[in-house]
Design a protein around this ligand. Structure first.
Ligand SMILES: Cc1cc2nc3c(=O)[nH]c(=O)nc-3n(C[C@H](O)[C@H](O)[C@H](O)COP(=O)(O)O)c2cc1C
Ligand code: SF4
Ligand code: SF4
Length: 278
């Protein structure tokens, strides 16, 4: 059984594709996380957990959820983390978490996907970069599926001690001081649909007087801004310059025969602007 959380669609794509290849069930954990629904999840086949990487580890709300939810049936668990290039100590921490749950850790894979954290200092990615990442990820998914089918362990890179020494103390400080929702706002394009509130894993958004209001608990997952159907949400002035990311806007780059999908060199920003302007 594949279980996943995804803010802007990358992990959803990987999880659902993997489930299709394995002819297995796939569950989006968002609603369970939002409701803190810890009811038992049972699978006779190995669990496969798919997650994005946030600041070198899995999202903390997800690790909290996985620590507490009862996973019954199979005792085997695979772990897949997708990042924009550096998975940090995600696999190491996942291994510890599942060992504490007395599960057999069947290994970990890091998949590089397009960067969804568009408010970071990195320049926007071009469509070509996004396409090549997606193609590589699709190939890797096939290898992962084959490994799981054979009940073999996934192999990941070695995590060095210095990575643990840097990430473990750094992460809470970064999260506390850098991940604030203060800069989010919705402009006149907001149609009060409530989607931003619905997709927020931390229930940090309420719709008041037909407009979203952001609270103080935010993990910068980018679900609200990345899923607004009208492009109404901005983050300070950064998003006006850099656009925003959602996997569905790039899925066409790998649909059917990728060699004939008609890619051009326009940047993700231009693509985001086109979407924004309807
Ligand atoms: C808050 C936040 C922190 C992130 N930290 C990292 C990171 O440490 N390393 C990295 O390579 N990518 C990082 N990313 C990028 C995401 O892991 C990556 O784009 C992922 O595929 C997004 O998955 P999703 O679309 O399923 O939400 C971060 C993204 C966010 C939103
Ligand atoms: S998702 Fe966008 S349009 Fe819908 S309520 Fe939120 S800001 Fe408004
Ligand atoms: S408010 Fe923060 S935690 Fe909630 S969806 Fe938006 S970025 Fe994610």
């Amino acid at each position: 059984m594949v279980l996943y959380f995804s803010a802007t669609g990358n992990t959803r794509f990987l999880a659902t594709e993997l489930a299709k290849k394995l002819d297995d069930e796939c569950i989006d954990l968002l609603d369970r996380i939002k409701k803190n629904d810890l009811s038992e999840i049972c699978s006779e086949r190995p669990f496969i957990i798919c997650t994005p990487v946030y600041v070198c580890e899995m999202p903390r709300f997800l690790s909290k959820y996985l620590r507490n939810v009862k996973l019954s049936g199979s005792r085997k668990v695979y772990f897949i983390a997708d990042s924009a290039g550096y998975g940090g100590i995600t696999g190491y921490l996942a291994k510890k978490l599942f060992r504490r749950k007395k599960m057999e850790f069947m290994g970990y894979s890091e998949v590089v996907m397009p960067r969804n954290y568009f408010i970071s200092h990195y320049p926007p990615q071009t469509n070509d970069e996004i396409k090549s990442r997606l193609i590589r990820a699709c190939r890797q998914l096939c290898e992962i599926a084959e490994t799981v089918k054979k009940s073999e362990k996934l192999r990941a890179r070695y995590v060095f001690m210095f990575e643990k020494l840097i990430t473990i103390p750094f992460n809470p400080v970064w999260s506390k001081y850098k991940m604030s929702a203060k800069e989010f706002f919705a402009d006149s394009k907001c149609v009060s649909c409530g989607k931003c509130a619905k997709v927020c894993p931390l229930n940090n958004i309420s719709i008041t007087d037909s407009k979203p209001i952001w609270g103080n608990s935010c993990t910068h997952c980018m679900a609200c801004i990345g899923n607004c159907p009208t492009g109404a949400i901005e983050y300070g002035t950064v998003t006006r310059e850099k656009g925003r990311y959602n996997f569905k806007d790039y899925k066409h780059l790998i649909s059917g025969n990728t060699a004939s999908s008609g890619i051009n060199n326009s940047s993700a920003v231009q693509s985001a602007r086109r979407r924004k302007n309807g």
